[in-house]
Design a protein around this ligand. Structure first.
Ligand code: NIG
Ligand code: FE
Length: 400
């Protein structure tokens, strides 16, 4: 693949990114050592173990750059409220939403939460994800947020599961027994210092949305997090244009996610500041709403990604399903949808090895997906089940 930045705009020449059949990939340990014509590599390297993929297509390991991995409970009853026309905010005010997941999460044991996390990572891997960004955010007090990060760190060390990049999202909502304003003070004076002391989270995130954390509160939390050494991410404009895009651009965060109702000036400012727009189309799918403006980003050559946003309100860990929403419902070419959850998303969430991921590239990590047929496009054309015959995870082949 040419270049190293995000793939933006229209891909007029797919051959810049897609190779013809007949190549071989030489893997040494967990690294892609060499890519070249099969005959050439076979004659150069005679003492290697050969895996014949029998003409099946290969794409990079998928990179899910936005998940809420650890929580317990079930909010399925909210579906009838949604169908009665209640908004996300009204559902929260009626006792549903984020705070409704906090109680079962706090009362679940460490091993129950770890078990849920491991099962979800397995499901994610079965759907081709080799790396996930995973947020805390259902503890909503210092002790519970630290506990979620610590459990996530524990399961990140388990082999044969996708790698994790951990984000602290203490500023996700007000807990049931506190107001946003007083919880905000607690976050700054107590929770953030404790998260920094714990040293597990690589990034901080805030749910910046009218009715949750204001632009000013989000700015203060994110600035203090950056002073403490954390990378920054943010949830913005999920339901309305709340001004979070301008803040994301000012702070030059890595990625501003949802970014559904962001105005064009803020989108352009985000792009000029190197800020990715992280679209999460599984959420409007789950809520029966419109999809974000992918095509506008393509026309304007703004950088954007897609991710699962796995959470109690959007219960999919399948990036192929999210890809299908783009390709089969929004007329986005499969190559652009694929870039949005491989090369582009990887740029917002580094692999723990420090190696390039989200691309099939010499010197990059050996994270690959083997399709169940000869056409790479089939990665996003089989919603409802995994299109992959196997996934190579850090050099190790896992057959599904
Ligand atoms: O990104 N909107 C904020 N956070 C999550 C949803 C959390 C929930 O509903 O439990 C999101 O969609
Ligand atoms: Fe989210």
């Amino acid at each position: 693949m040419a270049g190293d930045g995000p793939i933006i705009g229209n891909v007029t020449d797919e051959s810049a990114y897609v190779s013809e059949a007949g190549l071989a990939i030489l893997i040494d340990g967990f690294v892609i050592e060499k890519i070249g014509p099969t005959e050439e590599l076979l004659s150069e390297y005679s003492q290697v173990e050969i895996l014949d993929l029998e003409g099946k297509a290969v794409i990079p390991g998928l990179v899910d750059s936005h998940t809420h991995l650890l929580w317990s409970g079930d909010r399925s009853r909210e579906v009838s409220w949604k169908q009665q026309g209640l908004s996300y905010r009204e559902i929260s005010q009626r006792g549903g939403g984020i705070a409704a997941t906090v109680i079962p999460t706090r009362t679940a044991s460490d091993s129950e939460l770890a078990h849920l996390g491991i099962e979800r990572m397995r499901e994610s891997l079965r759907n081709g994800t080799t790396h996930l960004e995973a947020k805390s955010g259902y503890g909503l007090d210092t002790e519970s947020e630290l506990r979620l990060l610590s459990i996530a760190e524990g399961i990140s060390a388990i082999e044969r599961l996708p790698s994790l990049d951990l984000t602290w999202l203490g500023a996700h909502a007000a807990p049931m027994d506190n107001s946003i304003d007083s919880y905000f003070e607690e976050i700054l004076s107590e929770q953030l210092p404790a998260v920094l002391e714990q040293g597990i989270a690589r990034s901080a995130d805030v749910f910046c949305e009218p009715g949750w954390f204001s632009v000013e509160q989000s700015e203060e939390i994110l600035k203090a997090s950056r002073v403490g050494g954390l990378d920054l991410r943010i949830h913005i404009d999920e339901f309305v244009d709340g001004g979070g895009g301008a803040l994301a651009a000012d702070l030059k965060v890595s990625t501003a996610d949802h970014a559904h109702y962001t105005n064009d000036d803020d989108r352009a400012a985000m792009h000029a500041s190197g800020v990715n727009a992280g679209f999460l189309p599984g959420t409007p799918y789950s809520m029966g709403e419109e999809y974000p403006p992918f095509s506008k980003c393509i026309e304007n050559e703004w950088a954007w990604t897609i991710a699962s946003d796995f959470n109690p309100n959007c219960r999919t860990l399948s990036l192929p399903f999210i890809g299908s929403i783009l390709v089969q419902r929004n007329e986005i070419p499969p190559i652009i949808a694929l870039a949005a959850c491989t090369r582009n998303s990887a740029l917002t969430t580094p692999h723990p090895s420090g190696l390039v991921h989200g691309q099939i590239k010499e010197g990059g990590i050996a994270n690959l997906n083997i399709l169940d047929g000869p056409w790479w496009q089939s990665w996003c054309l089989q919603p409802g089940h995994s299109p992959f015959a196997a996934t190579m995870l850090e050099g190790e082949m896992i057959f599904h």
